[in-house]
Ligand binder design. Structure first.
Ligand code: ADP
Ligand code: MG
Length: 234
């Protein structure tokens, strides 16, 4: 699903340049649930942003579902993002003046789905994350965990090939974090490919594979025995 070879990324800082990714080689097959770990500043978000076509690498190749991601202009990148990827962020990134339903329906609008079908689909995804009754509520009326579930429903609504989550539990307490991970695991159980950036070991253990970034390279890449979040959320 994802094939990355010799990826490099530096940030220019005046005269200096900060070499953040120093040759990343990384493949993800369909259906995987991968944690990307590493200390703060190790380049996790940089890598995820490149995978998400929000940023571009300086060197190396990237293929997503057989499509080479190279030299995309803004329009093409936006098109590919909408078609291939769903994003989940630490800070939820919901639109404050839109209801839960409207937030989930937004990617469908960008895909050109008609109003009625948009609303039906969005409601179905809200139901999947257990928030059907909250459809008409604004983000400000929802708890942190509920907001993240709306964001997950929104990411799912476009039926992406890959879900990219950058510290999805970073703003949540432990119990709520495990509820969100329970949902992420269940979405993965349905065959969806998911990458989760985290610096929390307990969250990483809820994935099936852990990749550790350090000093710009992959220090470790190992399969793990997945801890099920469900056992923590009763
Ligand atoms: P992580 O997500 O692992 O905490 P990041 O990928 O956000 O790390 O950042 C890696 C390094 O690159 C950090 O030192 C950070 O300060 C730097 N960095 C990230 N984004 C930029 C940017 N847009 N411009 C300059 N430096 C950046
Ligand atoms: Mg980060």
């Amino acid at each position: 699903m994802i094939h990355i070879k010799d990826l490099h990324k530096s940030y220019k800082m005046g005269k200096n340049s900060l070499h953040v990714l120093k040759g990343i080689n990384f493949n993800v097959e369909a259906g995987e649930l991968v944690a990307i770990m590493g200390s703060s500043g190790s380049g996790k978000s940089t890598l995820l942003n490149i995978l998400g076509m929000l940023d571009v690498a300086d060197e190396g190749s990237y293929q997503l579902d057989g499509v080479p991601i190279v030299n995309l202009n803004e329009t093409k990148a936006a098109q590919y993002r909408n078609k291939f990827l769903g994003f989940i962020f630490q800070s939820f990134n919901l639109i404050n003046y839109k209801s839960a339903l409207e937030n989930v329906a937004l990617p469908l609008y960008y895909q050109g789905v008609g109003r009625k079908e948009r609303a039906e689909k969005a409601l179905m995804y809200l139901e999947q994350v257990g928030l059907k009754e909250w459809a008409t509520h604004l983000p400000s009326e929802l708890s942190g965990g509920q907001k993240q579930r709306v964001a997950i429903a929104r990411a799912m609504a476009a039926e992406p090939k890959v879900l990219l989550a950058d510290e999805p539990t970073g703003a949540l307490d432990s119990k709520t974090s495990y509820e969100v991970m329970d949902l992420i695991q269940k979405i993965n159980d349905q065959g969806n490919t998911i990458l989760v950036v985290t610096h929390e070991p307990d969250i990483a253990e809820m994935c099936k594979r852990v990749v550790v970034l350090k000093d710009g390279i992959i220090l470790e890449d190992k399969k793990v025995n997945q801890v099920r979040a469900e056992s923590y959320v009763q």
